[in-house]
Design a protein around this ligand. Structure first.
Ligand code: NDP
Length: 248
């Protein structure tokens, strides 16, 4: 297979399952060294084993992106142990769907802390080095929910709209200095994402929505990430929206 990412180092957050895990495998398959971050270190260790079997250099990192210091440490260790940082995939996220009335504001804090502040902390930690080297990719995992608001998804929508606004502002800030900022916006993908929903009706509705169509697989999104970061330096793929064909 073609290996467009040889000599590049990537860090993927939320790599212990779903889209992040598939993205780590796809980036390594394209030749990159990969740092894989998440809280469930047992899952990271087994992924690290698979990546090493495939011949990749890999660094598992226990990482809670809501912890600003942990984000800085993850970036520092990646640079020290893998020799650089060229691609940051801000993928870690939670989707605690539900109505606004009657919601547990704890769900709101988890979503905003993880999807928004966590992504900002990681970006902040990685950015100076990328600007200094005059190159780098920051790929932010948004969602169809970052473009279209719907009832029953208010705070998840708010978190992903925040991701889109932050990404576009950052893009303008650093594009002249060789750093690319990209949004990947999946529709329904079969992962563990819906399993964490706390409002019972919202969980049932979400599972029914996924079951009613042939949803995407995590690797379908991983290929979009590889496409984005494999472009020549003068090509910036700013935004990729990928829905299952059967999703309205
Ligand atoms: P999963 O639940 O399978 O994966 C989520 C990942 O995020 C896990 O690896 C989890 O690891 C990690 N994570 C959660 N909280 C934290 C935290 N505080 N610190 C570090 N890592 C964390 O879901 P997906 O793969 O589907 O989700 C990945 C991204 O894709 C999310 O941003 C989601 O919003 C987005 N997305 C998903 C869609 C879908 O239909 N599946 C559609 C559109 C967007 P751990 O628990 O081990 O820390």
């Amino acid at each position: 297979a073609a290996q467009p990412l040889v000599d590049r180092v990537a860090l993927v957050t939320g790599a212990s399952s779903g889209i992040g895990e598939a993205t780590a495998l796809a980036l390594a398959g394209a030749g990159a060294s990969v740092a894989i971050g998440a809280r469930r270190t047992d899952r990271l260790e087994s992924l690290a084993g698979r990546l090493r079997e495939g011949g990749a250099r890999v660094l598992p990192l226990e990482l809670d992106v809501t912890d600003e210091q942990a984000c800085a440490d993850a970036v520092r260790r990646t640079r020290a142990e893998l020799g650089g940082l060229d691609v940051l995939v801000n993928n870690a996220g939670v989707m605690l769907l539900g109505t606004i009335a009657g919601a547990d504001p704890g769900d709101w804090r988890r979503m905003m802390d993880t999807n928004v502040l966590g992504l900002m902390y990681m970006t902040h930690a990685a950015l100076d080095g990328m600007v200094e080297q005059g190159s780098g990719d920051i790929v932010n995992m948004s969602s169809v929910a970052g473009r279209t608001a719907r009832k029953g998804a208010g705070v998840y929508n708010a978190s992903k709209w925040a991701v889109n606004a932050f990404s576009e502002s950052l893009r303008q800030e650093v594009t002249g200095r060789g750093v690319r900022v990209s949004l990947v916006e999946p529709g329904a993908v079969t992962t563990e994402l819906t399993s964490h929903i706390t409002q019972p009706e919202a969980k049932v509705a979400s599972e029914r929505m996924h079951a009613g169509m042939r949803a995407l697989e995590a690797d379908d999104i991983a290929r979009a990430v590889v496409y984005v970061v494999s472009q020549p330096a003068h090509v910036a793929v700013n935004e990729v929206l990928v829905r299952p064909t059967g999703q309205e």
